[in-house]
Design a protein around this ligand. Structure first.
Ligand SMILES: Nc1ncnc2c1ncn2[C@@H]1O[C@H](COP(=O)(O)OP(=O)(O)OP(=O)(O)O)[C@@H](O)[C@H]1O
Length: 258
């Protein structure tokens, strides 16, 4: 279930001549995949393509060997998808439970299953005691957890998150990590980030993009090893060192897609 394969993805935005995704191919096989890259590398564009919010100009991707290309394939994939965009702003005047019920409706969760889905989602992110609180009264960290909760509705096979921990303090990040871990027990979770601690704490595999192209794909240990240390030395420092080496073109790409 956890194979994600991009094959020759291309996407040019606006009138730019330089593509945001430039013949991007990679394959990952674990349930926790981080997408790294400097500003403008193409992370959000890849996120939008994988979320079917944007069509690629060329190429394709598949999840669990299922192509996501034809309208029928896209529709089936969307039913199995949870998405947390970068700027997640829930409907502020709804209560947390009402907001999650609304997302259930959008995701076509069968009516008899809605209450259980909402309860489960609130439990997953430790927000049961806030079920009747208005979304606008939540702290930034709680709002982010509510954002994560809505991705778990409808039992998704794939969850996509664009910079899910941006702006969280260390305590909130810690709680988020616990929730993330539970979500990744049953779903393939792909997230973009700038934070090396996220890579260490949350990811098994890493895709590094630079100027819309693949710079590296491999395990977190393999990325750390690109910095010159042993692959078993996985820390924020060794991941940063490996990441910098990869951006300088000193790392190597282990696995390309088709
Ligand atoms: N709507 C747009 N029109 C034209 N160019 C765009 C548009 N959105 C993004 N781009 C360009 O496409 C490239 C990839 O952008 P993208 O947002 O995918 O990068 P990113 O890796 O997510 O960056 P960041 O870390 O800053 O969020 C960048 O060069 C960006 O300037």
């Amino acid at each position: 279930m956890s194979t994600l394969a991009a094959s020759h993805l291309r996407k040019t935005l606006g009138r730019r001549r330089v593509p945001a995704l430039d013949d991007l191919s990679f394959t990952t096989t674990t349930r926790r995949v981080a997408v790294l890259g400097p500003n403008g590398a193409g992370k959000t564009t890849l996120f939008r393509v994988l979320a079917t919010l944007a069509d690629p100009d060329g190429g394709s991707f598949s999840v669990a060997d299922q192509e996501v290309a034809t309208p029928g394939e896209v529709e089936a994939y969307r039913r199995s998808l949870g998405v947390l965009p970068q700027s997640f702003s829930a409907l502020g005047s709804y209560s947390c439970a009402e907001f999650l019920e609304y997302v259930c409706w959008l995701k076509k969760v069968p009516r008899p299953a809605v209450a259980e889905n909402v309860d489960q989602a609130l439990r997953t992110v430790d927000l049961e005691d806030r079920r009747d609180a208005r979304v606008r009264t939540l702290s930034g960290g709680m709002r982010r957890r509510l954002g994560l909760a809505q991705t778990t509705l409808g039992d998704p096979d794939v969850i996509l998150m664009d910079e899910p921990t941006a702006g969280l303090d260390p305590e909130q990040r810690d709680r988020f990590a616990g929730v993330f871990e539970r979500a990744s027990e049953t779903a393939l979770v792909v997230f973009t980030t700038h934070i090396s601690a996220d890579v260490v704490n949350l990811a098994e595999e890493v895709v590094v993009l630079f100027e819309g192209r693949l710079r590296f794909v491999g395990t977190v240990g393999e990325l750390a090893a690109c910095g010159g240390g042993p692959a078993r030395d996985v820390s924020s420092e060794s991941v940063d060192a490996g990441y910098i080496a990869v951006l300088r073109g000193e790392g190597h790409v282990d696995r390309g897609g088709a």
